[in-house]
Design a protein around this ligand. Structure first.
Ligand code: ADP
Ligand code: CDP
Length: 215
């Protein structure tokens, strides 16, 4: 019965900021599925699992207890009771997450967890495969894009100590891995509306999504 808004797109396209703004405006919950893949990756790194070995990742991906909050004003993520909101944004996890997310067993487990959180709806869900795999029946599907340069500029404004060029290179590498993996690659879902945010402000993008929801 509750509304589901599916928000997909490459990194830095604005998924998190837009999803939180939309959820806040509509009084909906918010789920960041990228944070769950990052949390899984953080745990694998910490356990010393060989990330070049998909079988090793598959064998252990059932172990960590990953709990996601759904408050758009206070996104929270815990692994085995540890708050990992900070460490999952660090370069080590960001550089490794696409390899972990490409392992089919990881996706099966996290998609099941995501569907548990989504439940009866009333939520904005952001990721790479929400409109295509996690919630193919979502009534509103948005595919956010922006130029590679705009995305890199936005992300380097958030992170200290990186240049736009280095950021653009790291993002391009991750986008390639995410859109060419065999299982549930990043792509525009059937029925999704593409929104190019390159020349828009955050408020303009949120307003446009709210307009699409009301349609
Ligand atoms: P993603 O979740 O897709 O990686 P984020 O929302 O984390 O993207 O990052 C986008 C960053 O860019 C935020 O700091 C946001 O404030 C900024 N930004 C600037 N302009 C826009 C826009 N038009 N739409 C969305 N975000 C924007
Ligand atoms: O914030 P950013 O867009 O840079 O990344 P994220 O949303 O935190 O996602 C991190 C990584 O998780 C992505 O690069 C994908 O490899 C993976 N991911 C995925 O495979 N499927 C999702 N639904 C969400 C994220």
């Amino acid at each position: 019965t509750g509304l589901v808004v599916a928000m997909d797109g490459p990194s830095g396209s604005g998924k998190s900021s837009v999803s939180r703004g939309v959820a806040r405006a509509l009084g909906l919950r918010y789920l960041d599925t990228g944070a769950m893949y990052r949390a899984m990756t953080w745990w694998m790194v910490r356990q010393g699992v060989d990330l070049a070995d998909p079988a090793a990742i598959a064998a252990r991906c059932g172990e960590p207890v990953i709990v996601s909050g759904t408050d758009p004003d206070a996104p929270a993520i815990h692994v085995d009771g540890v708050d990992v909101g900070g460490p999952i944004r660090e370069a080590e996890v960001t550089g490794a997450v696409s390899a972990v997310a490409a392992v089919p067993e990881v996706r099966v487990r996290l998609v099941a967890l995501q569907r548990e959180v989504i439940g009866a709806g009333g939520i904005v869900v952001e990721g790479r495969d929400i409109g295509s795999v996690v919630c193919p029946d979502a009534p509103v599907k948005i595919y956010l894009t922006a130029s590679a340069e705009a995305r890199a500029r936005r992300r380097s404004a958030e992170l200290a100590g990186t240049t736009v060029e280095a950021q653009q290179e790291a993002m391009a590498r991750r986008d390639t891995l995410d859109s060419t993996r065999k299982t549930d690659p990043l792509s525009m879902a059937d029925g999704a509306v593409e929104l190019d945010t390159t020349a828009l402000s955050l408020d303009e993008v949120i307003a446009e999504v709210l307009r699409l929801v009301k349609e």
